[in-house]
Structure formats: structure tokens, C-alpha cells
Write a protein that binds this ligand. Structure first.
Ligand code: FMN
Length: 370
């Protein structure tokens, strides 16, 4: 019923406004929810997900469905994500230097295809500001009980050669404030960023990060790599080879795509003509292919977080059985509303039972012959 209300009552109103405006207003609302124990509890009573625990990287995830990077870049609504039923959240992308991102408009909906094209360009207030926000959240007792990750991007003004220092500066500032980190070298919206997916560039970035990771009294944090869906099998092979050497804790597969499916619909064609990364339903198949490829090549030994076009429990199941241990959603939250998280988790619970698995971990990669 509530889902119906979102789709047929709330969504048409929201979709009559500019996507980024709606995003900002929604986040403001969720910031209020986060700041109030009462509102957080009220949201939880509608959205609570069933327990589907996953243990990974020494962390306990109450369920496998996480919030994808880009939704809460500034970490303003942490407790609301937990109340919405998410098993973990990834904040950011954050860069060392504050930056405005690309000129507006920079987010576009292809409603017929249930997709989004964005070219945000890492708009954010910088790592030091994010550290302040997160420290404040901890002090006020508003920290969620689920794991929190931070997506690290490169500051636009820094040349590629200085990317390692740039990522390392953000990491040093934020290391004690999150449970895991994701190195984002796969956004299509920062000029040449994806060149950093090359072997040598990755080696330089991860060497610096791991050097800082070993320093200090705290245990090292898991550092993952987020990859683009366009990577060829050769490029993926290079990454597979680098994983143990660079102590990459896992892979997030995948980011948005610069590819566009064919469409004859004039409105969709107009959106697809926009520069930027495409997310949502059209990304589902390719991101699952990348997950399966990586799962096979790493013999299931490297944790994969599946991201791309997950709207239904069946989409989530496809990603898990092809190798993903955890999942992330962004676009389905926009199209289906907040109850999508619970819906996916309830459906996963059913699918586990129907297929005779006792846990998510047992089902991971079960459709892939190793
Ligand atoms: C508006 C928007 C902003 C995003 N910003 C980021 C980002 O800052 N860092 C990142 O790694 N991914 C970012 N993404 C990609 C998502 O995290 C996710 O990987 C991708 O959208 C695929 O998942 P989906 O099909 O569920 O949306 C963004 C996506 C959208 C739509």
C-alpha cells in the first residue's frame, strides 16, 4: 500500500521538479529524521528490514543491502539510512579539496527506462568538513549501528600524477571515522579519472593508502576499489592480479556506465544524449557480468559489493548468486521509494528459503561454476 502511494501519488509530484532539487530537499528531510530519535524510530517502524546477517572484513552487516555512494555525499543523514532498513551506508564521494562539481543541470531522469544520467563531478565540501560532520554525529550519539564506508574521489584541480597524495590526504583525515573505504577511480565525471584504473596508477594510489593504513594505533581499515562497467577483461585481469599485492579488501562492481542502450523514444533519447554516467535498470546486466567475471577469476576469495540496477529481490538474488556478498542501491530508491530496501530484503529471505540456503553467504556465487 505504502509502495503504491509512493509510486502513484508521491513520485509524480516529485518527478515534476528538477532531480537535484528533489534530491536536496529529500536529504534535508532525512537530516531532520536523523537528528531526532523519535522520527528515526518512527521511520524504523515502517521500514525495518528482516535480519539477514553477513560478516565480512571483520564487520557485521545486519543485511546485505547498502546505500550506494553519491546519495549522501556529506554524511548528513546517517541514522536515517539505518532507519530505512539499510544494512550499511557508503558516504561521499569526498575529495581532499572542497569543490562545486559540474554546472547545473547535471542529473537527468529517463523515467521510461527507470534510469538516471548524472554528471555531478564530485561536488562536496572536502574531507575536513566531512570529518567534522561525522565527529559531531558520533558525539551526539547519532551514529548508526550498521557499518559505514566512505567513497574517496580525486580533487579535480589535482593532476593525475598527484592523485596518490590527494586520496591519501582524505584517507588520513577520515580513517578513524569510518569502517571501510572505497577508492573511486571509476566515475566518468572527473576528467581522466578512469585512467587511474591502470595498473601503475593503482599501484601508486594503494601503496600510499596502505602505508597510512598501517600507521597509528588503530587496526588497518578495509580499502576496496570501485570499478567501471566498461573495463575490458584484460583490464579486469590486471586488477585481479593486483588485489593481493595491494591488499585490496574487495571490489565494488560497478560504477555508472558511459555506454547507452538503443532507444527510439524521443524523451529517453534526449536524456541518453546527456554527458555523464548512466545508472538504474539498463546497467543491471553489465554489472552482473563484471561481478561474475571477478568472482570466477578470484575463485570467490575476494568480497564483491554488487551495484547497478538492483530494483527487485530477483535482481538482488542475481547479483548474489553470481558472486556479490553485499549489494548497493541508488536509482531504485529514487524510482521505488524508501520501502524498496525492506522489499528487497524480505524477498531475499524468501529466495534463501526457496533455494535451501541457510544464509546469504551460502548463496554467494551459487549460480557460477568455479
Ligand atoms: C546522482 C548520482 C551520484 C553518484 N555519485 C557517486 C559518487 O560520488 N561516487 C561513486 O562511487 N558512485 C556514485 N554514483 C554511482 C552509484 O554509487 C552506483 O554505483 C550506481 O548508480 C549504480 O547503482 P544503481 O543502478 O543502483 O543506481 C552516483 C550515482 C548517481 C545516480
Amino acid at each position: 500500500m505504502l509502495e503504491w502511494c509512493y509510486r502513484y501519488l508521491a513520485r509524480p509530484v516529485l518527478f515534476s521538479f528538477d532531480p537535484e532539487f528533489v534530491h536536496n530537499v529529500t536529504l534535508k528531510g532525512l537530516e531532520w529524521v536523523s537528528a531526532s530519535a523519535l522520527l528515526s524510530a518512527a521511520m524504523r517502524s515502517f521500514c525495518k528490514s528482516p535480519e539477514l546477517p553477513v560478516s565480512l572484513f571483520g564487520l557485521s552487516f545486519p543485511n546485505p543491502v547498502g546505500l550506494a555512494a553519491g546519495m549522501d555525499k556529506a554524511g548528513v543523514a546517517l541514522r536515517a539510512w539505518e532507519s530505512m532498513g539499510f544494512g550499511f551506508s557508503e558516504l561521499g564521494a569526498v575529495t581532499w579539496y572542497a569543490q562545486p562539481g559540474n554546472p547545473l543541470p547535471r542529473v537527468f531522469r529517463a523515467v521510461r527506462e527507470e534510469a538516471i544520467v548524472n554528471r555531478m563531478g564530485f561536488n562536496n565540501k572536502g574531507a575536513q568538513k566531512l570529518a567534522e560532520v561525522l565527529s559531531h554525529c558520533k558525539e551526539k550519539g547519532r551514529w548508526p549501528s550498521h557499518p559505514v564506508g566512505i567513497n574517496l574521489g580525486k580533487s579535480k584541480k589535482m593532476p593525475l600524477a598527484e592523485a596518490p597524495q590527494d586520496y591519501a590526504s582524505s584517507f588520513r583525515e577520515l580513517k578513524e571515522l569510518a569502517d571501510f573505504f572505497v577508492v573511486n577511480v571509476s566515475s566518468p565525471n572527473t576528467p581522466n579519472l578512469r585512467k587511474l584504473q591502470d595498473k601503475e596508477a593503482l599501484r601508486a594510489i594503494f601503496s600510499q593508502l596502505q602505508e597510512h593504513n598501517r600507521k597509528g594505533q588503530e587496526a588497518p581499515k578495509p580499502i576496496l576499489l570501485k570499478v567501471a562497467p566498461e573495463l575490458t577483461s584484460e583490464a579486469l585481469e590486471d586488477i585481479v592480479e593486483l588485489i593481493p599485492r595491494l591488499e585490496i579488501a574487495g571490489i565494488v562492481a560497478t560504477n555508472t556506465t558511459i555506454a547507452r542502450p538503443k532507444s527510439d523514444h524521443p524523451k529517453v533519447k534526449k536524456v541518453y544524449a546527456q554527458t555523464g554516467g548512466l545508472s538504474g535498470k539498463p546497467l543491471r546486466k553489465r554489472s552482473t557480468e563484471v561481478i561474475e567475471y571477478l568472482y570466477r577469476r578470484t575463485e570467490g576469495k575476494v568480497p564483491i559489493i554488487g551495484s547497478g540496477g538492483i530494483f527487485t529481490p530477483e535482481d538482488a538474488w542475481e547479483k548474489i548468486t553470481h558472486g556479490a556478498s553485499l549489494l548497493q542501491i541508488f536509482t531504485s530508491l529514487v524510482y521505488e521509494g524508501p520501502l524498496v530496501v525492506k522489499k528487497i530484503n524480505l524477498g531475499l529471505q524468501e529466495l534463501l528459503k526457496a533455494n535451501g540456503f541457510a544464509s546469504i553467504q551460502e548463496a554467494v556465487g551459487s549460480a557460477v561454476k568455479k
